[in-house]
Design a binder for this molecule. Structure first.
Ligand code: SF4
Ligand code: SF4
Length: 84
C-alpha cells in the first residue's frame, strides 16, 4: 500500500469536490480519475505525495484519517442549507 511520507496516510477526495478536474491534471502518478459525480483517488496508484492537495480550490483532498470527519461536516452543511 502506498503511503504519504509525512503522515503515513493515503489521500481521498470528499464530496466537496466540484468536479473542476485540476487535481487530475496535477497528479504526476495518474492516480486521480473522473467518476460520475466527482473525482476520486485510485488508492493503488497514489504514492501519498500530497502534491495535489494545495491545488484543490475547495480543499476536498484530505488524508484518509480526516475523510469521515470532513464528510460529516459536509453533510451537516448540506442539511442546514436544505432545512434552513
Ligand atoms: S481539484 Fe478539488 S474540486 Fe477540483 S476535481 Fe480535484 S478534488 Fe474536485
Ligand atoms: S497524493 Fe500525490 S499521488 Fe496521490 S493523488 Fe495526490 S498528487 Fe497524486
Amino acid at each position: 500500500m502506498s503511503v504519504d511520507s509525512r503522515s503515513g496516510e493515503l489521500f481521498m477526495i470528499t464530496s466537496d469536490c466540484t468536479h473542476c478536474g485540476v487535481c487530475e491534471f496535477m497528479c504526476a502518478q495518474g492516480a486521480i480519475r473522473e467518476a460520475p459525480n466527482q473525482f476520486v483517488v485510485r488508492r493503488q496508484h497514489c504514492n501519498g505525495c500530497a502534491e495535489c492537495v494545495p491545488f484543490c480550490p475547495v480543499r476536498a483532498i484530505v488524508p484518509a484519517s480526516e475523510f469521515a470527519q470532513r464528510q460529516k461536516q459536509t453533510r451537516k452543511a448540506e442539511l442546514k442549507a436544505i432545512l434552513g
